[in-house]
Design a protein. Structure first.
Length: 508
């Protein structure tokens, strides 16, 4: 039985069969034998020899031997053409059987051819396909050699006889799967499956796709074999009938062109107005601000390059009346608010030290010289003239400091100041003529001094801010929002404990 492995190694040779191969070998061997005999007959001529100083001529028998070699070599050479003819006929018959046009062959030869042809297509061994192929070859109804699709067996046979190696190469290329088949297989779709068939059909449809013919403006389309255009593309709004050659204006072209030109003119004019600088008067601020012609005309405005337009007006000129009024207001605020607050803050520093000293003295046991000096300094910082006259004893000092605090708070504005004024009056009325009265008034004076220092620092810092320099009076309004009550100012007693007036005297 033929060796399937040998068939996969050299399937072309296996198809020729053992008889043809043997005849090829014998023919080559006979040719070599005849060539050797003829060469020896021509080259090995009989020659005499010197024996004991005498020349001995060649034997006639040696000449006969050479003639015999020449005769046998010539006879062998004469038989080679006949053997070559028989071999060629046998080869031709085998080739015809390989391609199924030889009328059939023996079972062993059909088997060898079928196995070799199957091996060339990856079907190795006694498979059902090879068995069917063997029957076809044996009966002469089918080919053992693979034939490219679309080629008849005789044409394929002629191609093989002209160049067997080229035929084998072409057959291998034809048998190799196409790229789309490789993709389908890599996707896991087996040949014959619905998915595989769908991919193949899609590829065929893609291969058969004919792209539409694109005709440029004014171009003509001439079909193959025709001598006149079947279609002429319009140009400039004019269309030409390819049959009659008559021209006409496209429907709606005139209206559309007019609308386009109008839109272009509007866009161009709007763009110019949107970028043309202009100014306008702002009645609210009295300023002259930068703008555009589009904004002044009430036309749409837009930013540049996708960036957001600046919504803040650019001031190009200040109203001199407004500027003058603002300057005067700032000067009035500095004179009437900032300077008094600064002076009050400076005075509060000394007042706080004197207040704390006086709070440490027991005024119920006497009002000595040190107490009188300290009390006079406190009254002076509160604006009392001839303060020493009102610091001779505790009762007179108590009355004068209360009067000064009430006058100061009564002259200030604000909801919180009014509340503090009322709380001082109410609490003092409860504590009057008690040892705690002077202590309460000194606590109030200390809280006021701390508040004055805080206000002075706030005013001076705010007045230095660039954004407030044109509206300094706003500082007073802002201070009113954050000032708070004197009764919530943290104070410290001699033991270091922190308290507020509201906590100490039960004020709510």
């Amino acid at each position: 039985m033929a060796n399937p492995i040998a068939q996969t190694m050299n399937p072309m040779s296996a198809m020729m069969g053992g008889d043809v191969t043997r005849q090829q070998y014998e023919l080559a061997q006979n040719q070599r034998y005849a060539d050797i005999l003829m060469q020896q007959a021509l080259q090995e001529q009989p020659q005499g020899q010197m024996v004991s100083g005498h020349y001995v001529p060649p034997s006639p028998i040696q000449g006969i031997a050479q003639l015999l070699k020449a005769y046998i070599g010539r006879r062998a050479s004469d038989m080679i053409p006949e053997q070559q003819s028989k071999l060629s006929s046998a080869q031709m018959q085998q080739v015809q059987n390989m391609f199924g046009v030889g009328g059939g062959t023996t079972e062993p030869q059909a088997r060898d051819m079928a196995l070799a042809g199957g091996a060339m297509q990856g079907d190795v061994g006694p498979t059902n396909t090879n068995a069917s192929r063997m029957t076809s070859v044996q009966t002469g109804t089918g080919a053992a050699m693979p034939i490219p699709a679309g080629m008849d067996p005789r044409t394929a046979m002629m191609q093989y006889m002209i160049n067997p190696q080229a035929y084998a190469t072409a057959l291998g290329t034809h048998s190799a799967p196409a790229e789309i088949q490789k993709i389908a297989a890599a996707s896991g779709f087996a040949p014959g499956s619905p998915q595989y068939q769908a991919i193949m059909q899609g590829n065929v449809a893609k291969s058969n796709y004919i792209a539409p013919t694109v005709v440029g403006e004014g171009g003509s389309l001439v079909q193959p074999g025709a001598n006149r255009a079947s279609f002429i593309a319009p140009k400039g709004g004019i269309q030409i009938n390819p049959t009659t050659g008559q021209s006409s204006v496209l429907p709606g072209y005139t209206q559309a062109t007019g609308a386009i030109e109008q839109s272009q003119a509007y866009a161009k004019g709007l763009g110019g107005a949107q970028t043309a600088p202009a100014t306008r008067f702002d009645p609210e601020t009295g300023r002259t601000v930068a703008t555009t012609q589009a904004a002044n005309m009430g036309l749409p405005t837009q930013g540049m390059g996708g960036a957001q337009a600046n919504t803040q007006p650019v001031v190009t000129a200040e109203n001199p009346v407004v500027v003058s009024a603002g300057t005067k207001l700032n000067e009035q605020w500095i004179t009437g608010e900032l300077e008094p607050a600064r002076l009050a803050g400076d005075a509060a520093k000394n007042a706080m030290n004197n207040i704390r000293v006086l709070k440490s003295i027991d005024l119920t046991t006497g009002f000595g010289t040190d107490a009188q000096k300290t009390a006079a300094s406190i009254l002076a910082t509160l604006g009392v003239k001839n303060a020493a006259k009102f610091a001779t004893n505790a009762q007179v000092f108590e009355s004068k400091i209360y009067e000064s605090l009430v006058d100061t708070l009564g002259g200030q504005k604000g909801v919180q100041t009014k509340s503090d004024f009322e709380n001082i009056q109410k609490t003092y009325a409860q504590l009057k003529n008690t040892p705690q009265a002077n202590q309460f008034l000194l606590d109030v004076a200390e809280a006021k001094a701390m508040q004055d220092q805080r206000k002075s620092g706030y005013y001076q810092k705010a007045a230095s801010m660039p954004e407030l320099r044109n509206n300094l009076s706003a500082i007073t309004n802002e201070w009113g929002k954050i000032a708070g009550s004197m009764f919530e100012v943290p104070l410290t007693d001699r033991a270091g404990n922190t308290y507020t007036l509201a906590q100490k005297y039960g004020i709510r």
